[in-house]
Ligand binder design. Structure first.
Ligand code: ADE
Length: 720
C-alpha cells in the first residue's frame, strides 16, 4: 500500500480503500469522521439538554445498541420530521415468511439493508430509532448469530460503531460476547455480527423476579469481574456496565453462564481515540450506574467500572440501583454527593450480612482510592463471602428470588410431589406455631427449619432430572413449540405469529416471558378456536387486548408478569368474551382498576391473583361484585383477615390463602361465614398455626384442606 493510501495521522488504510473485506473495514481510518478535539474545559463536562433533561451525546454517540434502545439520550436536536420518520420506519419491508431447506423460517428483509448473502434473518431481537438487532443463521458457519444493523448513519455513529467493533473484537473471553464479523450492507449501513447468546438479560430477570439470592449474585458477579479484569488488562473499558448489558442463561448442570454485551462505548487505552478526551473525562454510560468520577473531573479508570458494577450488584440484591434522581443530572449529582444507602435500608423485607454491606459499600465509595482497585480484588471479595452467612436472609428473601435459577441450582435436592404443584399436591407440614412476639431472625430460623423438614420428607416424592426441569421452565429455548392444540412461543415477536401454520388447530396459545409480543400479531391467528391464552410478555398492550376480543371461544386468560395493558382495555376484553370463566393476573403489580375491570364479565367464576402485589381492600370489594365468582386465589398477595371479612359476602367454593397474612381468626371466620367453601388452600407460617388448622378441620369436617409450606419448591414451579 502506498503512503497516499494510508492516513498520515493513524497510519490506517483510508476508508475508500478499505471496504473490500470486513477485517479491512474494522481497521480502516476514520480520522475524517471524527469530531475535532474538544477544548479542555469541555472535556470534563456532561452536557444535559435543557429542554428534555437528558444527556446529550458528546463527541461519542454511545454504543450501537444504546443508540437503538436507550431512552435517556436527548434526541431534541434531531429534526422532528426525521425523528418521526425514524420512529415510524419499519425496516422489515415485507415480513412475509419464507421457508427454506433448513426448516427455519426466515424473515424477509430487504437484501440491500441486510447481509443476506451470508446471514439468514430469523427474528428481530430488538429495535429502536437507530437500528435493529436480529437473530440470524450464519450460513457459512451454520450457527445462530446476532446481527446488529445501524440504519441511521452519521459520522459520529459510524465512528462509535467502528470503535465498538474494534474494542470487542480485541477480546476473547468466555463471558464476553464474541464478534464474528463486521461490514457494510449494500446501502452502506454498518453491521456487526456477534455470537448469539440465548439468554435473558439481568435487567429482564430483575424486572421479573425483583431481586436475586446471594448464591446467584456471587456466581454471576464473579464471572463479570473475571471478564472485566481481562478486558481492562487488554486496555479496554466497557463504560456502560448495566443490567441490560449482562445476559444470563443456565447451563445443563444448573450453573449460570454470563455474557457481557455491548462494549459499545468502550475505548481502547492508548488508541488515537483517546484524543477525544485526553483526560479520560467525558461522561459516558447510563446515569443510574455511572461513577461520580467523570462528573467530578476525575479520570475514568478501572475503578470507575468497579463503581458501576457495585451499582448493578446493589440492584441485583435489593431490586433498585443505589441512586435514582428525577432526571439524569439529579442522578449524577446523587452519585457525586450522596452517601449510598445500605442494602438493608432500601428494602424493609431484606437483611444482609455485614460483610456484604461492606463489599457493596466499598465498591460504591466516592473516592476511587477507597474502592476495590481492580476487578480482581472485587472478585476475590465476592468469592470470600460464604453463602451460609446469607442463609437466613435468603430465606426471608425467597419471594423475590429467581424461581428459574434457584430451582436449577437446587436440582439435586428438588423433590416434587407432582408437577401440577398446588393443584394436585397434598402434603402437610405442621410446624409448631411461632410465638407472636418472635423477633424476625427467630422467625426466619423457624421457617428454615420447616424447609429442612420438608426436604427430609421424601415420601412419595419424585426427584426430577435436570432436563425435565429445563423443559418445564421453558429454558430449552427455541421458537414455536407445538403439542396437539398447544402452541407455545419462546422469544417470539408479533411478526413471528405470522409464521404460525395451521392456526385453525390452535386451542391454547402461550407466549413466554422472553417473548416480545404486544399482541398485535394475534391478528395472524384469526379464526383459531382459542380456549386458553397465556401471555407472559412484558410488552403486551391494548392492541393485543383488542385482538383477543376477536376470539369469542376464549375461556381462560392467563396474564403473568407486568404488561402494558390498561384497565380500560382489560374491562373491554373481559366483557366481550362470552365464554370467559377463568382469569389469572399473576406475578404482577396489579394496576388500580384491574379488578374493577372484571365485573362486567358474564361467566367469569375464577380469579387467580397469585403472587401479585398491591391487592387492596378496594380490589377485594370489587371481587365481590363479580356475579358468578366461585374461586379466588390470593396466594402470596400480602392480604390478611380483611380478605376473609370482605369475601365472606361471596359464595366461594374454592379459596386459596396460601402464604398470606390470614390468621387463625381469619380461618375460623371462613368456617363460620363461608360454610359453602369446599376446598381451602393455606400455609402454616405467618398467621395460621397448626392448631388453627386443626380447629378449622373440626369446625368444617367436609372442607378439603390443602396445607403447604411456603418454602415448598412446588410454589416456585407453579408458574402456570
Ligand atoms: N442482544 C444484543 N446482542 C446479543 C447477542 N449477542 N445475543 C443475544 N442477544 C443479543
Amino acid at each position: 500500500m502506498t503512503d497516499t493510501q494510508l492516513c498520515p495521522i493513524c497510519k490506517s488504510p483510508r476508508r475508500s480503500n478499505s471496504f473490500g473485506s470486513l477485517t479491512q473495514w474494522i481497521v480502516a481510518c476514520n480520522c475524517d469522521q471524527r469530531e475535532p478535539d474538544l477544548p479542555d474545559e469541555e472535556e470534563i463536562s456532561i452536557t444535559i439538554c435543557r429542554s428534555c433533561g437528558k444527556r446529550v451525546g458528546e463527541g461519542r454517540a454511545g454504543s450501537f445498541t444504546q443508540f437503538i434502545f436507550r431512552s435517556d439520550v436527548c434526541r431534541c436536536a434531531v429534526p422532528k420530521i426525521l425523528r418521526d420518520a425514524i420512529d415510524a420506519a419499519p425496516i422489515i419491508e415485507n415480513s412475509e415468511t419464507v421457508t427454506d431447506d433448513a426448516d427455519e423460517i426466515a424473515l424477509r428483509l430487504d437484501h440491500n439493508n441486510f447481509p443476506t448473502e451470508r446471514y439468514k434473518p430469523l427474528a428481530e431481537l430488538g429495535s429502536g430509532a437507530g437500528g435493529s438487532v436480529y437473530l440470524a443463521r450464519d450460513m457459512m458457519l451454520n450457527k445462530k448469530v446476532a446481527v446488529k444493523i445501524l440504519h441511521l448513519m452519521d459520522s459520529k455513529l459510524l465512528v462509535a460503531f467502528q470503535d465498538e467493533a474494534r474494542a470487542t473484537s480485541k477480546l476473547t473471553h468466555p463471558s464476553i460476547v464474541g464478534v464474528i464479523d463486521f461490514g457494510l450492507t449494500k446501502t452502506e449501513k454498518p453491521y456487526m455480527v456477534l455470537d448469539y447468546f440465548q439468554g435473558m438479560s439481568l435487567s429482564d430477570l430483575l424486572l421479573r423476579d425483583g431481586t436475586l439470592d446471594w448464591q446467584l449474585v456471587q456466581e454471576i458477579f464473579e464471572q463479570i469481574c473475571d471478564a472485566l479484569e481481562y478486558a481492562h488488562k487488554n486496555g479496554v473499558y466497557h463504560r456502560d456496565i448495566k443490567p441490560s448489558n449482562i445476559l444470563l442463561r443456565t447451563r445443563e448442570n444448573g450453573t449460570v453462564d454470563v455474557q457481557i454485551i455491548d462494549f459499545g462505548i468502550a475505548k481502547i487505552e492508548g488508541s488515537r481515540n483517546n484524543d477525544l478526551d485526553s483526560q479520560n473525562t467525558i461522561a459516558v454510560g447510563a446515569p443510574l450506574y455511572m461513577a461520580p468520577d467523570a462528573a467530578m473531573g476525575i479520570p475514568y479508570d478501572r475503578r470507575s467500572e468497579v463503581y458501576s458494577l457495585g451499582c448493578v450488584m446493589f440492584e441485583a440484591l435489593t431490586g433498585a440501583p443505589p441512586f435514582r434522581g428525577e432526571t439524569a443530572i439529579q442522578t449524577l449529582s446523587l452519585h457525586a454527593h450522596q452517601k449510598p444507602p445500605r442494602l438493608s435500608e432500601v428494602s424493609a423485607n431484606l437483611s444482609f450480612p455485614q460483610i456484604v454491606e461492606e463489599l457493596v459499600s466499598k465498591a460504591l465509595s466516592k473516592k476511587p482510592d477507597h474502592r476495590f482497585q481492580n476487578m480482581s480484588e472485587m472478585q476475590q471479595a465476592i468469592q470470600e463471602i460464604d453463602p451460609a452467612s446469607f442463609q437466613f436472609a435468603a430465606i426471608a428473601n425467597r419471594k423475590t428470588q429467581s424461581p428459574y435459577l434457584v430451582l436449577l441450582r437446587n436440582v439435586s435436592i428438588v423433590a416434587l410431589v407432582s408437577f401440577a404443584g398446588w393443584n394436585i399436591a397434598k402434603f402437610t407440614i405442621l410446624a409448631p406455631p411461632p410465638p407472636v412476639s418472635m423477633v424476625a431472625k427467630e422467625k426466619e430460623k423457624a421457617q428454615h427449619k420447616k424447609a429442612e423438614e420438608f426436604r427430609k420428607n421424601k415420601e412419595d416424592i419424585e426427584v426430577l432430572k435436570t432436563d425435565d426441569i429445563l423443559d418445564r421452565l421453558n429454558l430449552t429455548g427455541g421458537k414455536w413449540k407445538r403439542k396437539g392444540g398447544l402452541l407455545e412461543g419462546h422469544e417470539v415477536t408479533d411478526a413471528d405469529i405470522k409464521n404460525v401454520k395451521d392456526a385453525g388447530s390452535v386451542k391454547t396459545f402461550k407466549v413466554t416471558v422472553e417473548s416480545k409480543v404486544t399482541g398485535e400479531g394475534l391478528k395472524y391467528l384469526e379464526g383459531a378456536p382459542l380456549k386458553h391464552v397465556w401471555i407472559m410478555s412484558h410488552l403486551f398492550d391494548d392492541r393485543g387486548a383488542a385482538e383477543l376480543m376477536k376470539f369469542p371461544t376464549i375461556e381462560r386468560l392467563s396474564f403473568h408478569y407486568d404488561n402494558k395493558m390498561t384497565p380500560g382495555a382489560l374491562a373491554k376484553l373481559v366483557s366481550s368474551l362470552p365464554e370467559l370463566t377463568n382469569i389469572h393476573l399473576r406475578f404482577m403489580n396489579l394496576k388500580p382498576g384491574y379488578i374493577k375491570a372484571l365485573k362486567n364479565s358474564k361467566k367469569l367464576s375464577s380469579v387467580d391473583l397469585g403472587h401479585s402485589e398491591q391487592v387492596t381492600e378496594e380490589d377485594l370489594n370489587e371481587l365481590t361484585k363479580i356475579e358468578k365468582l366461585d374461586s379466588v386465589t390470593l396466594t402470596d398477595t400480602g392480604v390478611g383477615d380483611e380478605a376473609v371479612t370482605i369475601l365472606s359476602k361471596t359464595h366461594l367454593r374454592f379459596f386459596d390463602i396460601g402464604e398470606s397474612q390470614v390468621s387463625d381468626d381469619g380461618l375460623m371466620m371462613i368456617a363460620e361465614k363461608m360454610p359453602q367453601v369446599k376446598t381451602i388452600k393455606l400455609s402454616v407460617g405467618d398467621g395460621i398455626t397448626s392448631l388453627g388448622v386443626k380447629r378449622f378441620k373440626k369446625a368444617c369436617p367436609d372442607c378439603n384442606v390443602v396445607v403447604g409450606d411456603g418454602l415448598n419448591p412446588i410454589q416456585l414451579l407453579d408458574y402456570n
